[in-house]
Ligand binder design. Sequence first.
Ligand code: URA
Length: 429
Amino acid sequence: MDFLKLIEQKRDGGELSPEAIAGAVAGFAEGTVPDYQMAAFLMAVQFQGMTLAETRALTLAMRDSGEVLQFPEDDRPLVDKHSTGGVGDKVSLPLAPLLACLGYRVPMISGRGLGITGGTLDKLESIPGFTTQLSAEQFVSQVQRIGVALGGQTAEIAPADKALYALRDVTGTVPSIPLITASILSKKLAENLDALVMDVKFGAAAFMRTREDARALAKSIVNLATECGVQTTALLTSMDTPIGRAVGNWLEVKESIACLEGNGGDGSKDLEELVIACAAQLPGCDADRARAELASGRPREKFNELLAAQGADLAACEIKLKQDTTAPVVRDFPASGKGYLARCDARVIGEVVRDLGGGRQTKDAKIQPEVGLDNLLKPGEAIDRPLCRIHATTEAAADMAAERLATAFEISDEQPSLDPLICEILGGR
Ligand code: URA
């Protein structure tokens, strides 16, 4: 395969054949296509886009870079949820055990942080002992046994996405509809699902800045997934404000567990609203049933079962959960005035947390699991306390965060009216 020719063809707006795309993905997965050439190819796709046929070919080639999980016949439908990426977006953590308790099988293959958005795998790895690297066999047997497994792409499962995802993260090639479609669906099709619910985000901190672009992404994913036999619904949701009150890997795990214990977000209901809305889109479920199951306490127990199954040290986790803070430097970020919070800019918040060490700027950067922000005040709330708390590794990092945070918040005298979180539903039952 002459990969240089493919780069040039894509750069000049040409359409690539399915065979050429399959060859490129295989070459990259085997290591015969180097990172620098793949990065150039991804940037050409970012600018030129892909036709439907190209997107389909890329998705299937990425899926087939590994195994498609094979589950035994069972009455419990195979379902999953995936988000296109947000700040404070921890919905998968409470949702996965909830779905298992609702009688679904949930083989959830997630990703790491991408750009300023957090990743489920990075969050889970802040739990002492927890492993996200499951073999295909372990994945299937755990899902059969306890109804849920949460893992990442591996050498066996969607390996092409594992490598491409990491490269896109550091080459400015994330916000591309065909690349996001192929990345997400390669993993979801490898799970052999019956049904999928997508949370497609738009706004300041989303890869799709406008609702129109998010709708186009949602259609791309829903149409291709449906064509591949997976019943798929997409929620279009706003990503101007972080979800919940915590951003940062361990801080988000804590908030997710609080949500499973009925205290999600300490009075902020957006996390729970999204968890319930996602569950309600799945065949055989509705919001009342999902809410009642969440309140039963069973999903909290299921979460512990999941942690134990994937190697977590439950005793160490409980001790860590009881600690109010685990980062070396913790300080309040005070408000500059009185009134109401009018805006909490999720993009600035995401950048601050990434630069505190909660995300990556280079492929090999190591995540600092304890850093981030919590106690975030939400738009519409009266300013009667600090706007948030900064968790950092050093005083200098906390100073840097405080300086940047000054631009994230806007205060007004009047209580602002708020836009809805869930704006539109596409596809569906
Ligand atoms: N989530 C993914 O799995 N891939 C993307 O490209 C974006 C969000």
